[in-house]
Design a protein around this ligand. Structure first.
Ligand code: GEK
Length: 248
């Protein structure tokens, strides 16, 4: 795995983009930038298990280099599930495809280039949306979550991980400081932390827990819980009910 040293430079910051250079070091970047990434992947596999049966489709929207779907494919082994990852970065999709070639059940895993807000989604049982909604324009998010709810079959689930803010300024500051401590522990220098933060300004726009939960509820996920939190990183599960009650 190539080490992420992208921001270890004196050159002026440009807006962050999921380009070739980022894709090249992305797996290292994820592990050193998203607290408890592996633990959340493992919890996701455990959480999904009771909701899927043979031939169900699982989407990963904003799949990057394919780590979550490939983790699920290993976890579920011979179970005949269909895995579809979508990302609008060609470099990410190329890398995901190369990694998938090493799997035996390759025919069940597909990585597609596309904009997740526009591409048509087939009926599915699980949608992963990890650390990706935060990159969509805020005004697009509600409609996009409605589209996800529409694609899920009854009894299906969304698993959504996001970076969050607190509207309490002191708590928010403390969360951010603790996150920077985490990045230092991962070997990032002050300059790398500051530069990455600058390039993500205006591109990664986090919402609060309540704002995300409300959006999920308004999209139709009447049952919605958090299943993991590390300071300013959180994971939600939202359920599409099997049957909606008929009003008499
Ligand atoms: C993981 N989920 O390993 N359409 C398609 N892809 C998009 C769009 C869009 N409109 N906007 C952003 N992306 C992964 C990590 S990374 C998170 C997800 C991060 C893609 C973008 O190209 C990138 O690959 C991904 O969303 C976000 O769990 O880098 O912090």
């Amino acid at each position: 795995m190539k080490r992420d040293t992208l921001f270890n430079t004196d050159s002026p910051s440009q807006d962050f983009s999921f380009n070739e250079q980022v894709a090249e070091v992305f797996d290292d970047m994820l592990e050193r930038s998203i607290p408890c990434y592996h633990q959340v992947m493992k919890m996701t596999a455990q959480l999904i298990a009771p909701f899927v049966t043979s031939h169900d489709r699982i989407y990963d929207l904003g799949c990057s280099t394919g780590k979550p779907l490939l983790t699920l494919a290993s976890h579920f082994g011979n179970e005949t599930l269909e895995y579809v990852g979508i990302d609008n970065s060609q470099a990410m999709i190329n890398k995901a495809k190369r990694k998938a070639e090493l799997f035996t059940n390759t025919s069940q895993i597909n990585f597609l280039l596309g904009d997740i807000t526009r591409i048509e989604l087939a009926p599915c049982k699980v949608i992963l949306l990890n650390y990706t909604l935060q990159f969509l324009r805020p005004l697009e998010r509600a409609d996009f979550l409605r589209k996800i709810h529409g694609a899920l079959l009854p009894g299906g689930i969304i698993i959504m991980g996001e970076k969050i803010i607190s509207h309490h300024s002191k708590i928010n500051r403390v969360f951010i400081d603790l996150y920077f401590d985490f990045k230092r522990e991962q070997g990032y220098s002050e300059i790398e932390i500051a530069k990455k933060r600058e390039t993500l300004e205006n591109i990664l726009i986090p919402f609060s827990i309540a704002e995300n939960k409300n959006m999920l509820k308004n999209a139709g996920f009447s049952q919605c819980e958090t299943f993991f939190q590390w300071f300013n990183f959180i994971s939600f599960i939202g359920l599409k009910e099997e049957r909606t009650e008929q009003s008499s």
